[in-house]
Ligand binder design. Structure first.
Ligand code: ZN
Length: 103
């Protein structure tokens, strides 16, 4: 083996090592499964609203029931909660706004 081919062999090893490190810790690592955990994070954080009757967090897209009161739409976990709300909406709406007006 002459020196020229030894040199190119050395370069090959250097680049090979760099490539390996990049795959292991760089962009390659992302591809290997860095994104696996993101899938179910959204549900808990949620952009949902609250069921005013039982206080459960409701995703409007998956709400079982909804009612409009004084121009505002309220979402409920079930038809039972909606019925309670429609019987005495003031009970559930005022509970919050009273606290707000207290100060
Ligand atoms: Zn409810």
């Amino acid at each position: 083996m002459d020196t020229e081919s030894l040199k190119s062999l050395a370069w090959l090893v250097v680049w090979g090592g760099l490539f390996y490190v990049m795959m292991r810790y760089g962009c390659g690592a992302h591809m290997m499964g860095g994104h696996g955990k993101h899938s179910d994070a959204g549900a808990a954080a949620g952009n949902g609203t609250k069921d005013p009757v039982c206080g459960m967090t409701i995703d409007p897209n998956h709400a079982k029931a909804a009612a409009v009161h004084e121009g505002k739409t309220y979402y409920f976990c079930s038809d039972t909660c909606r019925k309670k709300f429609e019987l005495t909406p003031a009970n559930f709406v005022r509970a919050k706004s009273q606290e707000a007006h207290h100060a």
